[in-house]
Design a protein around this ligand. Structure first.
Ligand SMILES: *Cc1c(COP(=O)(O)O)cnc(C)c1O
Length: 383
């Protein structure tokens, strides 16, 4: 057994990252300074988008997207149940109604056919999520949005640097949200980004980040004026300059880290093939996966142990497996507020019983990966 616990995800902070932050701590601007727009510009060129708005978290990015999309009380928004609660919560923040559309069992991505069935005259938007780091079926989702005059929002918190038919995440939907939480591909501690090619959406997101005020502190300082107007009810979703300095430093390493994640995934694929009752998720051929998560499905009857038993076995053996996610519509808050219940998304509910996320982060060594594989084989032999 290794002397250390192998977590399911972990940040990588190196000396140059630390130096970048310290430099800004000594500068004039701790927040709303030049690093914020530098980070936004860098992120635009990386994601291929025309606009980027840096915010305080991935959740804030999703909320800005929901606001920019004009989601208002009574609007229905179609969302995936197989996601972190924030994806659907932002619809509720706007007074909208999340409508859950079931997923495909082999990719865990929202099923475009089910999305179609959920559209009503009150539907305003779709929020899809690139589960695990694999982009959704954007051609289909875009066609549905266009036909029905809906706005397509991508929760790409799992999929920085992934691509769909050679287009990187960031412009595949009308508005995209990214997260820089420490378990994500790059980190700013807490942080997020909104990307879009639509200037109105960008402007609305930018205002929403700063209380709905038309100019920020630095713009007024440079223009030598004190006057400002608040024209929307926004929030304080600003991110600091030292976080953006960290983000710029991390962004340089993103490609290298995503390559490493793909190497680890390939190693898992090889090492876990042939285990009866263990299935790996399918990656569709027209897209590049960025492996925020590496998820396997455990069929209890064939594996000989159910997911919960395997979870406990792995944790006892120092492997930090996890489960992503409890379907959002099953959370007590949703059941109480929206009246959602088991049976509404049968594929997501069934899949939830079987899924297990294995450790996946770029600084994992080959030995760590081999140890995880070996431990699963050991569980299988014991079962
Ligand atoms: C991480 C994550 C979020 C929220 O991001 P925060 O930065 O933690 O607010 C939203 N959606 C998904 C799918 C995520 O993985």
């Amino acid at each position: 057994m290794p002397d250390k616990f192998i977590p399911y995800g972990r940040q990588c902070i190196e000396d140059d990252d630390i130096e970048a932050v310290v430099e800004i701590l000594k500068s004039d601007w701790l927040t709303t300074g030049p690093k914020v727009s530098e980070f936004e510009d860098k992120f635009c060129s990386f994601a291929g988008s025309q606009y980027a708005v840096a915010v305080s978290s991935g959740t804030a990015a999703l909320h800005c997207a929901a606001f920019a999309a004009g989601i208002k009380p009574g609007d229905e928004v179609i969302v995936t149940p197989m996601t972190f609660a924030a994806t659907a919560n932002v619809v509720l923040y706007q007074g909208g109604i999340p409508v859950f559309a079931d997923i495909e069992p082999d990719t865990l991505l929202i099923d475009p056919e089910v999305v179609r069935q959920k559209i009503t005259s009150r539907t305003r938007a779709i929020i899809c999520m690139d589960y695990g780091g694999q982009p959704c079926d954007y051609d289909e989702l875009k066609a549905i949005s266009t036909e029905n005059k809906l706005i397509l929002i991508a929760d790409s918190c799992h999929s920085a640097d992934a691509s769909y038919k050679h287009t990187p995440t960031g412009t595949l939907a009308d508005i995209t949200a990214f997260s820089f939480h420490p378990v994500k591909h790059i980190t700013t501690g807490e942080g997020g980004m909104v990307t879009t090619n639509n200037p109105d959406f960008a402007e609305r997101a930018r205002r929403f980040r700063n209380h709905g005020i038309t100019t920020d502190h630095r713009q007024r300082s440079e223009a030598g004026t004190w006057y400002y107007q608040m024209i929307d009810l926004g929030f304080n979703y600003r991110i600091s300059d030292f976080q953006c300095a960290l983000g710029m430093s991390q962004l340089k390493k993103l490609k290298k880290w995503v390559d490493r994640r793909n190497e680890i995934a390939a190693r898992y694929n090889r090492g876990l093939s042939g285990i009866e009752g263990l299935k790996i998720l399918r990656t569709k051929p027209d897209r590049l996966h960025s492996f925020h998560l590496y998820v396997v499905k455990i069929k209890a009857t064939e594996f000989g142990m159910n997911r919960n038993e395997l979870f406990n076995f792995m944790r006892k053996n120092q492997v930090g497996v996890n489960v992503h996610y409890v379907p959002v519509h099953l959370h007590p808050f949703y059941r109480k507020t929206l009246g959602t219940e088991p049976g509404m998304c049968p594929v997501a509910e069934e899949t939830y019983e079987d899924i297990l996320s294995l450790p996946m982060y770029p600084t994992m060594t080959d030995e760590d990966v081999e140890y995880v594989i070996k431990t699963i084989w050991k569980a299988k032999r014991k079962a």
